[in-house]
Design a protein around this ligand. Sequence first.
Ligand code: HEC
Length: 191
Amino acid sequence: MKKILFSMTLSLILMSPIFAVTDSDLKQMNQESRQIVQNFAKNLKGELKAAMKKGGPVNAIQVCNEKALEITSNESKISGVTLSRTSLKIRNSKNKPEAWEKDVLQQFAERKMKGESPKKMEFREIVELNGKKQFRYMKAMGISQPCLHCHGEKALPDVNDKLLKLYPDDKARGYKLGDIRGAIVLIKDLK
Ligand code: HEC
């Protein structure tokens, strides 16, 4: 599926004169975006782990709350891209998916149902918006053990209280190991 989508995008680009993006540009963008998103996920997990070690999951809530934004904006400055996180079941309404992001999240859910692991699940496309090209990349985020503290079926009482206070409309609970929690989104405006 991934390959098909990718080669469809590629042949569209090659056939269409409005796209000046070359095959090698696209390959480079794919590698770049994968790297940036991997770094982001790694940094965030590192921050989470450190905060949990220091003060337990209740302390780490702040990492997911503030650090995620900080890390995304740092990464964005470095590489001229926009990074964000989204999900079909959001905790913070700021992370609500755009229509196209929701489509991709639904495709991810279908791929998972057909047996694909979320670990390597990706999506990419190039679209044209108001005469400008945009590269879009999404990478699924699976639920691993540490995520369960705050996104699982049961949270410790202090964690529960803090989450309820910060996010009265929280939908991001009740996940199990291996579920797709959401995705990291990378957008790059092309020349
Ligand atoms: C210590 C608690 C905690 C842990 C552990 C945690 N999260 Fe979160 N997560 C949060 C909070 C708080 C938010 C809301 C962040 C915000 O306000 O933008 C959030 C938001 C998210 C979002 C953005 C979408 C949304 O619902 O708003 C994703 C995706 C996400 N978490 C994935 C994960 C994954 C994957 C893991 C495990 C690697 C994880 N989280 C572990 C607390 C946690």
